[in-house]
Design a protein around this ligand. Structure first.
Ligand SMILES: C[S@@+](CC[C@H](N)C(=O)[O-])C[C@H]1O[C@@H](n2cnc3c(N)ncnc32)[C@H](O)[C@@H]1O
Length: 240
């Protein structure tokens, strides 16, 4: 391995891990600052980029340092199948106005949070705010989001600091059927945790509770699929 890489990796403070080619590709595409990026096999990574993401080949060519399989395993505990990893600076920004903001109220499952960030990025939501203790920039969240944190706003806030300038709709199976409610794009949509649902604090902030239709006998949908249905229903401006 290039002698310099472990030292640069260790010295890159205030960074998050981008685990795998796709996370690095999206991070570069959406403007992340990436102080160090490595590949087990640089040639293979650049060929993958040429095939899947020609727009970032130049930046990858300038950034990627070959470290070999063993070198990558020394830097990252469980290397991604694409043999690529990088460190990037997280971005703290406020959700964009004019598009729906997703609140995840004390989510637990890192894969769900990542899937929601990916949905928010793809459908042009204003951002994702999490409450509770889980870090939405955790490496497993970034991996599940394929690095799309850089394409939307992703922040953790206390319930008391949720946006107060837009209506807040709480998603709950006991709410009014979503098909009967006129939902604005410029609003906050709050979803409960996988186990406990919406907290009393977020319910207390909600202007209305809204439900997704379910066949009798089904208790609830998965958190990320609920967000997908709501965002598709609301249609953020960027989603057409
Ligand atoms: C897995 S569910 C939580 C289930 C939890 N046991 C409960 O009692 O609410 C996670 C979140 O997805 C949303 N959700 C799931 N199914 C829903 C439905 N049919 N209508 C509205 N929201 C739903 C809610 O925000 C819910 O808090």
């Amino acid at each position: 391995m290039n002698e310099d890489v472990p030292a640069r990796w260790a010295a890159a403070r205030d960074t998050v891990l981008l685990d795998g080619f796709h996370a690095l590709k999206h991070a570069l595409r959406f403007g992340a600052e990436v102080p160090v990026a490595v590949a087990a096999d640089r040639g293979a990574a650049l060929r993958l980029a040429a095939e899947l993401a020609p727009d970032v080949v130049g930046r990858l060519d300038a950034l990627l340092v070959e470290v070999g399989e063993d070198g990558l395993a020394r830097l990252v505990r469980r290397p991604h199948p694409t043999g690529v990893a990088a460190l990037a600076r997280p971005v703290e920004r406020e959700p964009a106005p004019g598009a729906p903001v997703v609140v995840l109220d004390s989510p637990r499952h890192l894969g769900n949070i990542g899937a929601v960030v990916r949905l928010a990025a793809g459908l042009g939501a204003g951002g994702v705010i999490t409450t509770g203790t889980v870090d939405p920039w955790h490496p497993n969240v970034l991996r599940a989001a394929a690095g799309l944190h850089y394409a939307t706003a992703v922040v953790r806030r206390d319930v008391a600091a949720l946006p107060a300038d837009r209506p807040l709709y709480g998603l709950d199976p006991a709410g009014a059927d979503i098909r009967t409610v006129d939902l604005p794009a410029d609003a906050v949509y709050a979803f409960g945790s996988e186990r406990a649902g919406l907290s009393a604090a977020v319910r207390g902030r909600a202007d209305a509770l809204v439900s997704l239709p379910m066949r009798a006998g089904v208790s609830s949908y998965n958190l990320a699929t609920s967000v997908a249905m709501v965002l598709f229903h609301v249609r953020p401006p960027a989603a057409g």
